[in-house]
Design a protein around this ligand. Structure first.
Ligand code: DLL
Length: 444
């Protein structure tokens, strides 16, 4: 990746990142103190937490070690819905300075709250993300995450400012203007969803902007799953080093974790967000290296503490120390959510597996849509894939061959045959934020 060089040159260390490198013993002590204070606060101020803890016969003073976290009840998304809008707040409204909400596909959104101190914690975590991406003062960061109720825009914005970089609050969309500003302002880093960046690359090709001629050198991509194959494509088409950033509204927004130059998983800013990985069925902790559901407990948040929040994201904890020297733990890249999964002829399938198969075939584009039809138990799956204009206008033979190759590549991964349909360029809807990859038309 070439990152090692400038790390050695000392550029990647930012003073705000000091907690990333704490001796582990000290880090654990800090986490325990913060956990105890947070649990007390949650118990005293949030009826849902108090009732759940009483049901389990746990009191705040029972938390004497980090392992005691297992005594605490889990929290799930429906708890936020059921207490809509402000039922999980632990601070009085006159201390809440910001609200965000996640759109959600059905019904009411979930609402999250921040005190002034919470915003500082968030900015701190985001500075550490940017520093891990090798960014600093002097960088010009184009922030194309959506501004508004979504946490991406403002989260990255205040982090970039706190870093001392120059931030361009462009938000998502208007790709022509994105490219113009990128070129004219000498942008060195872009923040957006990976799917939107792919769209930017496509558009640049169409309008004759040479991405490789731009000073753009870092991409901070997250808010949706993306694959190593996608990283390869992005890095081939541009001069960008692509970093994975992870987060979720319930915990803070972007900035819960980030890759460093070693690109070997995401470091979790665990002095603020305590991670556990639990078995999907038993909810018991799994050993390092084993996959399970990621669970977070916030350690510093005042307005809306989260106790053992079940993210639905699937990952594993990486036990080995990172080459970068950070002592905060890493999780493996999040390629899927437990609720993303669909079952086709008895086989569990995740959209990211389809992406991996598809992009392993040369000549494909990362524009695809998975369409599920039929009855729940006997569903059919069709993958629509956009092809380049050259291939599309070519003889039928080339199309057929490509179709077969893609179908075989996907089958090698998921062990079942899927129908692949090649579609004309620009027919699959582009996203400015999170891409929609699956259309579920199954009879329920
Ligand atoms: O997506 C916050 C965010 C903004 C993260 C910008 C990164 C960059 P939500 O809208 O609440 O918050 O969605 C959170 O998105 O539980 C994951 O399923 C997914 N997700 C976020 N980052 C990644 C990532 C923001 N790097 C949900 N890889 C999470 C895979 C991701 N999935």
């Amino acid at each position: 990746m070439g990152g090692e060089f400038w790390h050695d040159a000392g550029c990647a260390f930012h003073p705000v990142s000091a907690p990333d490198y704490l001796p582990v013993k000290q880090l654990r002590q800090m986490q325990l103190h913060r956990l105890q204070a947070m649990v007390t606060r949650a118990y005293d101020n949030v009826p849902l937490y108090r009732d759940r803890m009483k049901e389990r016969g746990v009191k705040p003073e029972d938390i004497q070690s980090l392992e005691d976290i297992a005594k605490l009840p889990f929290t799930v998304k429906t708890d936020l819905r059921d207490t809509y809008p402000f039922g999980l707040f632990a601070s009085p409204m006159n201390e809440v300075v910001r609200l965000h909400a996640s759109s959600g596909t059905t019904g009411k959104p979930i609402v999250v709250a921040y005190t002034k101190e919470d915003l500082d914690v968030w900015a701190n975590a985001m500075v550490r993300c940017f520093a891990a991406c090798g960014l600093d003062r002097g960088d010009i960061i184009q922030n194309a995450y959506g501004y508004g109720l979504f946490t991406g825009g403002l989260g990255a914005h205040y982090g970039a400012e706190a870093l001392g970089a120059t931030v361009i609050p462009i938000s998502g969309g208007n790709t022509d203007r994105q490219l113009m500003i990128m070129k004219d302002f000498g942008v060195t880093a872009i923040c957006c969803t990976p799917s939107y960046f792919i769209h930017i690359i496509d558009h640049a090709q169409k309008v004759g902007v040479d991405m490789k001629a731009l000073p753009l050198r870092v991409g901070v991509f997250g808010a949706e799953p993306w694959t190593e194959e996608m990283r390869k494509r992005v890095q081939e088409e541009t001069r960008i080093e692509a970093y994975d950033i992870y987060g979720l509204s319930e915990i803070v927004g972007p900035g819960v974790g980030n890759e460093c130059w070693a690109h070997g998983g995401l470091h979790i800013f665990e002095d603020h967000f305590y991670p556990e990985v639990v078995d999907l069925n038993t909810l018991e902790p799994v050993p390092d290296g084993e996959e399970g559901e990621l669970v977070f407990t916030t350690l510093s948040k005042k307005a809306m503490p989260m106790i053992r929040y079940r993210t639905r994201d699937i990952t594993s904890m990486i036990a080995e120390p990172c080459k970068c020297g950070r002592t905060i733990r890493r999780i493996s890249r999040i390629s899927r959510r437990s609720d993303d999964m669909f079952i086709i002829r008895g086989v569990n399938v995740y959209p990211s597996q389809i992406e991996t198969g598809l992009l392993s075939v040369e000549g494909t584009l990362p524009h695809y849509l998975i369409i599920l039809t039929g009855d729940m138990g006997l569903a059919d799956i069709e993958v629509q894939v956009e092809v380049t204009p050259e291939i599309f206008s070519d003889k039928i033979g080339a199309m057929e061959q490509l179709q077969k190759k893609i179908s075989q590549a996907i089958e090698r991964i998921i062990n079942i045959r899927v129908k692949v349909r090649l579609v004309e360029p620009n027919t699959i809807q582009r996203s400015e934020g999170k891409a929609k990859r699956v259309i579920d038309k199954r009879n329920k």
